[in-house]
Design a protein around this ligand. Sequence first.
Ligand code: HEC
Length: 125
Amino acid sequence: MKRAVIRLDLKTLLIGAAALALPSLSAQAADHGAAGAAIDQLLPVCQSCHGEHGAKPIVPEYPVLAGQYASYIEHALKDYRSGARKNAVMKAQAANLTDADIAALSQYFAHQASPIYTFKLEQQK
Ligand code: HEC
C-alpha cells in the first residue's frame, strides 16, 4: 500500500516536469493559427494530469474536466491565464493559450463522457 503511494508521487513529479514543456508547444501551435491543430498538441498535455478525455485525473487532487460546462472551463482557463485565479501549475498551462485554444479545449472537455453529472442547459452547445 505504502509502495503504491510512493509510485504515484513519482509519476506526478515526472508528469509535472514534462508539462513544463507546454509553453513552447503551445507557442508553436499558436503559430499555425488554427485551434484545430493546436488542440491536437495540447490535449495530450492536459490529459497527462486530468486523465484520458479529462475524465480520470491521475491523482484525486486534480479536477475532472470531462462533462463540466464549457463556459466554466473557459472561465477557469482565462482566470488562470490572467492570474485572477492563482495556481502555479495551471498558470503555466494556461499562460500561452489563445482564446481560440481555450474555446476549443472547453468544447472538447465539455462533451466527454464523465463520472460527474451536470444538468445539460439548452444553450450549451
Ligand atoms: C501538471 C498537471 C496539469 C496539467 C498538465 C494540466 N492541468 Fe489543469 N489542473 C491541474 C491542477 C492541479 C488543477 C487544480 C488547480 C486549482 O486548484 O486551481 C487544475 C485545474 C484545471 C481547471 C479548473 C477545473 C475546476 O474544476 O475548476 C481547468 C479548466 C484545467 N485545469 C484545464 C486544463 C487544460 C485545458 C490543460 C491542458 C492545456 C490542463 N489543465 C493541464 C493540473 C494540471
